[in-house]
Ligand binder design. Structure first.
Ligand SMILES: NC(=O)C1=CN([C@@H]2O[C@H](COP(=O)(O)OP(=O)(O)OC[C@H]3O[C@@H](n4cnc5c(N)ncnc54)[C@H](OP(=O)(O)O)[C@@H]3O)[C@@H](O)[C@H]2O)C=CC1
Ligand SMILES: O=C1O[C@H](COP(=O)(O)O)[C@@H](O)[C@H](O)[C@H]1O
Length: 512
């Protein structure tokens, strides 16, 4: 197959290929997707556009699927459609497709803790099931909680009591919950128990959208399908690993939410830690979701307690100007935290997790830096170390920084790269949005890219002591300028941990 033909081949919500490790049986019949919190930011920016993309690719056949928006705001079906229309229209999506998709959406208004709204919702779903499932009769109900976590318990209770799939011809009820799932170990465990009393683990999809990103999904393939990496991926060869998230904008209208959580809960404890798991875990027995998640849990459980001196916190100047942020907020908008994994493969290798808002660039990447060459005869250290960089976004790519002979008559060396830039290599291929992929997984019943309860617990165990110290004001963020690299102390910490910056070399994404 040529590179241009590399694309999502299956246009079917039924069983998936064995590569995923999931052996689900083909499913047909009515599928109801209910977006709770439909009036909100996530729903309009991510959830509905992802559903639209799935619809356009044929994964949500209109003779089976209906979409329901649910929230307290009193609006009509058309009001909701008009709110989201602007997020669907683009050069690639004909207006006709947008209109047809919007006609699949119905809006139900109700509260998150009273029977009335959910009874009404159930009636509407049933109406649709009767009209659409005459062929098969099964009832599949997917509830997407695009809501603040504070209402998860009551919403789950209402769904359990009034809105479960009732068909005895087959089907299921699944719920998707967004992060942040809790604020610390105790609150997360409490939330898990509350939801766990109502739904079984296979019905609960804890979404972390970083697990749906193309290059994050590529990590297991890279690591375990390439002989290159197998012998190198360990403490004997790797000096340090950085996992970095940068945004070049601030909290922008989400200050109220953000101030309660801060950058560690918003990005590091979930997104970056999930990436760390995939970089550091051992080879799973198979690609079955439970086998993969078993290995991720082991990594998390091997992380040593974080040391105060291996943390730098920052807060961008101007953050507190947001009227929804308290004047004396101690919330970090930047953090560098070093995690150390106590096992045979990684003992002594620092995993430097760095995330920040209002910085000088927007990117997310994994940077695996190798040790210096022993017995170096070329003065390679002057050029810089070998690095394997996986650019998650923007401009998805992976490149290996390596030392080569400078072309020409002289025998001198220079830093260069082996570069796999997706836009160039896979021309014409649209990389699916993370949410699109993950919603499709929930329909297919594939939990591989979702966070299991014990994983979540282990993740909170790592960060809770540090978070409590920050919450109690025992650790203070250092102010940094908007548009900067963050506090200089963070770079100093990375250097102290062993990271050697290459000077005079910049990777430039190739253009077509
Ligand atoms: N926005 C984003 O980019 C991202 C969001 N998330 C997570 O997704 C979830 C939803 O996020 P987002 O859409 O931004 O949130 P919003 O603040 O926009 O809330 C979504 C909807 O929930 C209802 N709501 C808001 N506050 C409350 C409250 N205190 N009690 C009851 N209902 C409330 C509102 O609907 P109504 O009043 O009509 O009922 C609102 O439209 C959150 O868990 C968030 O952390 C995760 C990743 C990214
Ligand atoms: O979960 C979140 O992620 C976004 C960044 O997502 P990305 O896919 O654009 O990298 C971040 O802006 C937000 O604060 C956080 O809640």
């Amino acid at each position: 197959m040529g590179s241009g033909e590399w694309c999502l081949q299956k246009r079917d919500t039924r069983g998936i290929d064995s590569f995923s490790g999931n052996e689900s049986v083909p499913e047909t019949g009515s599928l109801s997707i209910i977006v709770l919190g439909a009036s909100g930011d996530l729903a309009k920016k991510k959830t509905f556009p992802a559903l639209f993309n799935l619809y356009r690719q044929g994964f949500l056949p209109p003779d089976e699927v209906h979409i329901f928006g649910y929230a307290r705001t009193k609006i009509s079906d058309d009001d909701l459609r008009n709110r989201i229309r602007g997020y669907l229209v683009n050069d690639a999506s004909p207006l006709e497709d947008v209109s047809k998709f919007l006609q699949l959406i119905k809006y139900v208004s109700g509260s998150y803790d009273a029977a009335e709204g959910f009874q009404l919702l159930d009636k509407e779903i049933e109406k649709h099931e009767i009209s659409k499932s005459s062929r098969e009769g099964s009832s599949r109900r997917l509830f997407y909680l695009a809501l603040p976590p504070s209402v998860y318990p009551s919403v789950c209770r209402m769904i359990r009591k009034y809105c479960m799939s009732k068909s005895d011809l087959g089907g299921w009820t699944r719920i998707v919950v967004e992060k942040p799932f809790g604020k610390d170990l105790d609150s997360a465990e409490q939330l898990s128990s509350q939801i766990g009393e109502l739904f079984d683990e296979p019905q609960i999809y804890r979404i972390d959208h970083y697990l749906g990103k193309e290059l994050v999904q590529n990590l297991l393939v890279l690591r375990f399908a390439n002989r290159f990496f197998l012998p190198l991926w360990n403490r004997d060869n790797i000096d340090n690993v950085q996992i970095v998230f940068r945004e070049d904008f601030g909290t922008e209208g989400r200050g109220g939410y953000f101030d309660e959580y801060g950058i560690i809960r918003d990005i590091i404890q979930n997104h970056l830690l999930q990436v760390l798991c995939l970089v550091a875990m051992e080879k799973p027995v198979s690609l079955k979701p439970e086998h993969i998640r078993d290995e991720k849990v082991k990594v998390l459980q091997s992380v040593l307690p974080i040391k105060d001196e291996e943390v730098v916190l920052g807060q961008y100047e101007g953050y507190r100007d947001d009227p929804t942020v308290p004047d004396h907020s101690n919330t970090p908008t930047f953090a560098t935290v070093i995690l150390r994994i106590h096992n045979e493969r990684w003992e002594g290798v620092p995993f430097i997790l760095k995330a920040g808002k209002a910085l000088n660039s927007r990117k997310a990447e994994i940077r695996v830096q190798f040790k210096d060459v022993p017995g170096d005869i070329f003065k390679c250290q002057k050029q810089g170390r070998n690095e394997f960089v996986i650019r998650l976004q923007p401009s998805e790519a992976m490149y290996m920084k390596l030392t080569v002979k400078q072309p020409g008559l002289e025998m001198s060396t220079v830093q260069s790269e082996l570069d796999l830039s997706y836009r160039q290599r896979y021309q014409g291929v649209t990389i699916p949005e993370a949410y699109e992929r993950l919603i499709l997984d929930t329909i297919r019943g594939d939990q591989q890219h979702f966070v299991r309860r014990d994983e979540l617990k282990a993740a909170w165990e790592i960060f809770t002591p540090l978070l409590h110290r920050i919450d109690n004001g025992e650790m203070k963020p250092i102010p940094y300028q908007t548009g900067s690299r963050g506090p200089a102390e963070a770079d100093e910490l990375s250097a102290k941990a062993g990271y050697v910056q290459t000077h005079g070399y910049i990777w430039i994404p190739p253009t077509l």
